[in-house]
Design a protein around this ligand. Structure first.
Ligand code: NAD
Length: 499
């Protein structure tokens, strides 16, 4: 059995805890590797090394740090095919999806090349007699990034890139489900010129996470994952005096107005609800057509497209629409929620509960499902299913549709499909959700904007990437300096002395 390693101090390090997790091939259901799960003692040792390495890295000028980011962009592009294959092998998503995962991470590293500009402070000349005032943005020190399985390249890069560019050392604790890609990021950053110890990739489960949260040297914690864990990590990290930003789950509504282009709507739902087997925090999981006629037309367009979806392993080629879900537990959880939807009275319009793929009977495949006549009290509406299941909730008016999105406890993303500018503008302005699409189903902001939800989709104040990440990973220090021998009050600057 292949035994994976941590990436510590610039090299592979075997686990010493004696505890391991299974890494599956989601297409076959077989265990393909085992990943070491770090103990608290291993975590503390790694953090101590990271703290030592941070001193020189934090003092390195921002332009040199930017050059590491520049080199990293080149390496990610160079190894794109190899990285995508490693990612798909453990996650199960298609190769084009895996490349998208890496690409959206790479774009944040490109943004980090602007570190010298982004880290500039402010300066007030002559704030008083002989007094100048200036601010600097200094790294926090050692920070931890605890990341989910669903974007094993993008999510780590969104956090590790800005944290490093700001001069911090980073401990990445990736998901134990697909740890190989994060490990490769450690190797690539090292090749890009990052000194050993500045970026440590340590595998683990709750034991490792708790050790990070309780370690006094760790100054900041970034978390991305499910809402209950996000809430727990935020509470424990902040109680321990750390800065924390924790991003949680989602239930993204797409409102479909009667005037929407229904072909565009059907295409959008196919990609956003079933792409990556629905394992995206920005997946559309609730369609809200306004009016029964709109709902009927939407379903009529959607069903034949759903029947054409090709569900298969990533190795079957680039025309595969989506692959398996990540684990057997995830598959059973999704199928259990589908059963609850039927029991609670929703109409299962597209039913693929008996989906089986020849030759891959033990794989974690779940076919695409469509529910109609879902109501607010049903578990399939309240819960994040995180699988290829779309719920239709029929609304009788725009206000009712808006109210549904606004009353849901999650607030990550939402979209409206309409040809009416007034409605779209009203929606974008009033909805209490962090990311809004207008005729765009998955409105993921680009690297130079910021990404983050509202309500139970986030705990903390600052978003991911963009200017917010440079705020999160630095502390501001403001210096007031007096030089009594400088220009006297009321004196004039002597231009002649500059000749
Ligand atoms: P998860 O919460 O199960 O795990 C995330 C991380 O937390 C992993 O590293 C895991 O090892 C660790 N963890 C799990 N249980 C823990 C515990 N009890 N104590 C301490 N640490 C623990 O999430 P997941 O299944 O890996 O990812 C899917 C979730 O992530 C979905 O809910 C999805 O919506 C969310 N997500 C959110 C965003 C966002 O930006 N809001 C982005 C991507 C994914």
């Amino acid at each position: 059995m292949l035994e994976l390693a941590h990436y510590i101090n610039g090299g592979d390090v075997k686990g010493t805890s004696g505890r391991f997790g299974d890494v599956f091939n989601p297409a076959t259901g077989e265990v393909q590797a085992r990943v070491p799960l770090a103990s608290a003692a291993e975590i503390d040792a790694v953090v101590a090394d990271a703290a030592k390495a941070q001193v020189a890295w934090g003092a390195t000028n921002p332009q040199k740090r930017a050059r590491v980011m520049m080199a990293m962009v080149g390496l990610l592009n160079r190894d794109m095919d190899k990285l995508a294959e490693a990612l798909s092998r453990e996650h199960g998503k298609t190769i084009p999806d895996a490349k998208g995962d890496i690409q959206r991470g790479l774009e944040v590293i490109e943004y980090c090349i602007g570190a010298p500009q982004l880290l500039k402070g402010e300066y007030t000349d002559s704030a008083g007699p002989g007094i100048d005032m200036y601010s600097m943005k200094q790294p926090l020190g050692v920070v931890a990034a605890i990341m989910p399985f669903n974007f094993p390249a993008m999510m780590p890069l969104w956090h590790v890139g800005p944290a490093l560019a700001c001069g911090n050392s980073v401990i990445l604790k990736p998901s134990e489900r697909d740890p190989s890609l994060p490990h490769m990021l450690g190797e690539l950053f090292h090749e890009a010129g990052l000194p050993a110890g500045v970026f440590q990739v340590v595998n683990g489960d709750k034991v490792a996470v708790d050790a990070l949260l309780d370690n006094d040297t760790i100054q900041g914690v970034s978390f991305v994952g499910s809402t209950p864990i996000a809430q727990y990590i935020y509470a424990r990290a902040t109680a321990n005096g750390k800065r924390a930003q924790c991003f949680g789950g989602a239930k993204n509504h797409m409102i479909i107005m009667p005037d929407a282009d229904m072909d565009q709507v059907a295409d959008a739902l196919i990609g956003s609800s079933f792409g990556a087997a629905g394992e995206r925090c920005m997946a559309v999981s609730v369609a809200v057509p306004v009016g029964d006629d709109t709902a009927d037309r939407m379903i009529e367009k959607l069903v034949p497209r759903m029947e054409k979806l090709r569900v298969a392993p990533y190795t079957d080629g680039d025309d595969v629409d989506f692959g398996p879900v990540v684990t057997r537990e995830a598959k059973e959880r999704i199928l259990g929620l589908i059963e609850s939807g039927i029991e609670q009275g929703a109409d299962l319009v597209v039913d693929n509960r008996d989906f089986k793929l020849q030759g891959y009977e033990d794989g974690f495949f779940v076919g695409a499902h469509l529910f109609d006549k879902v109501t607010k009290d049903m578990d399939i509406y309240k819960t994040e299913i995180f699988g290829p299941v779309l719920c239709t909730v029929r609304a009788q008016s725009y206000e009712e549709a808006l109210g549904l999105a606004m009353d849901h406890e999650y607030g990550n993303g939402t979209a409206i499909f309409t040809r009416d500018g007034d409605t779209a503008r009203d929606f974008a302005s009033r909805v209490n959700i962090g990311m809004v699409g207008i005729n765009v189903p998955i409105p993921v902001p680009l690297a130079y904007h910021t990404f983050g939800g509202w309500k139970k989709s986030v705990f903390g104040d600052l978003n991911q990437h963009g200017t917010d990440s440079f705020k999160f990973y630095t502390r501001t220090k403001t210096v007031t300096a007096r030089w009594p021998s400088g220009i006297k009050e009321g004196g004039e600057f002597n231009f002649k002395s500059m000749d």
